[in-house]
Design a protein around this ligand. Sequence first.
Ligand code: NAD
Ligand code: ZN
Length: 362
Amino acid sequence: MTHPVHIDVTTGSRHSPILIGEDLSRDLPSLLDQHGIGPRRFIVSSPIVWRLHGEGLRPVLGGGDPILLPDGERFKHLQSVAKVYETLIRANADRGSTIVAVGGGVVGDTAGFAAATFLRGIALVHVPTTLLAQVDSSIGGKVGVNHALGKNLIGAFHQPALVVIDPLLLKTLPRREFRSGLYEVVKYGVISSRSLFDRLDTESKAIFAKDGRSLVPAIVESCRIKADVVSKDERESGLRRILNYGHTVGHALEAVTNYRRFRHGEAIALGMLAAADLAAVRGALAERERSALSQLITKLGPLPAVADLSIPEVMEAIRRDKKVVNGRLHFVIAIEIGATMTIDDVTEDELKGVLVRLGLKG
Ligand SMILES: NC(=O)c1ccc[n+]([C@@H]2O[C@H](COP(=O)([O-])OP(=O)(O)OC[C@H]3O[C@@H](n4cnc5c(N)ncnc54)[C@H](O)[C@@H]3O)[C@@H](O)[C@H]2O)c1
Ligand SMILES: [Zn+2]
């Protein structure tokens, strides 16, 4: 095994280490020991992930069984959290126990919320198994679940004691899931790194082939960008908002389709196209930059259709989103590939024009 890359999220006096390296998950027990994680470890995973990768991770359990939560956004709710609590209580888990979340963002957010709240907070380790979880949801400490009336309404900040990212775990990930995560990598390029953006374009074949020489650096750079932003603004009072690039329209598209049509990253890809269009029309983003983004997104693969979606419904969903502060919509735009600014004077007409050009019906 090559030496892992080490990145720190630093919030206040706390360090939350992220380790990245191929095959790292095989060394999980010793990595946990090295990072001072206590011996009582509870794995939370999903049946699919455990079937594919459980054997290699079994040593972490020391003879016990994993807590398996059903996969899917609709199971990211308090009943799943309750199932975790119940197992922990029955096993006499204490404040020194640790939850090790092995799975995609759904498992990570749910298990993470259980860790944040059980006995007012126990240690959490993330072993993310989707690309989205490796570059995004396992980093930054946001954990939580959905409520029947809305997504991610119940949550907490709980920085993991350790994040172990093993890109080889992605070998079994279906192409559409992989691509969905890749759009978040595109986002990091747009908000902060021209070179990452360019490499996604020139090395797209190798990345889709999950060739470590291209994929690992892309994951590492994404994690660095997110870790850096979160270290400067854990609670999203300012800078962290740039991570919401593409998410204003993206979240609305997900909401109006009841989270069924789009994988999260796909909605964000459309949201990034919308944000780039808005910026280009305003003259804030050069047309050649807008078109580079649009070409890269097209190159990465097909996106679900939007032509049947209603513009008034999407606008309503945008208004309801958490990004409206004091009645003003905060909108992150790119001013070039690699740099952004936040604007709060987007008009309804402007937004409508963007949605029309994105292909939505009137
Ligand atoms: N906490 C945060 O900061 C944050 C950030 C972004 C997204 N999220 C959340 O993340 C969730 C989405 O996460 P996701 O995209 O990882 O989806 P997911 O957790 O639903 O996983 C997607 C699918 O991939 C399967 N899977 C996972 N790992 C696999 C592997 N290695 N091989 C084969 N199949 C595998 C799962 O069984 C599932 O069916 C959303 O709930 C979103 O709100 C949280
Ligand atoms: Zn996202």
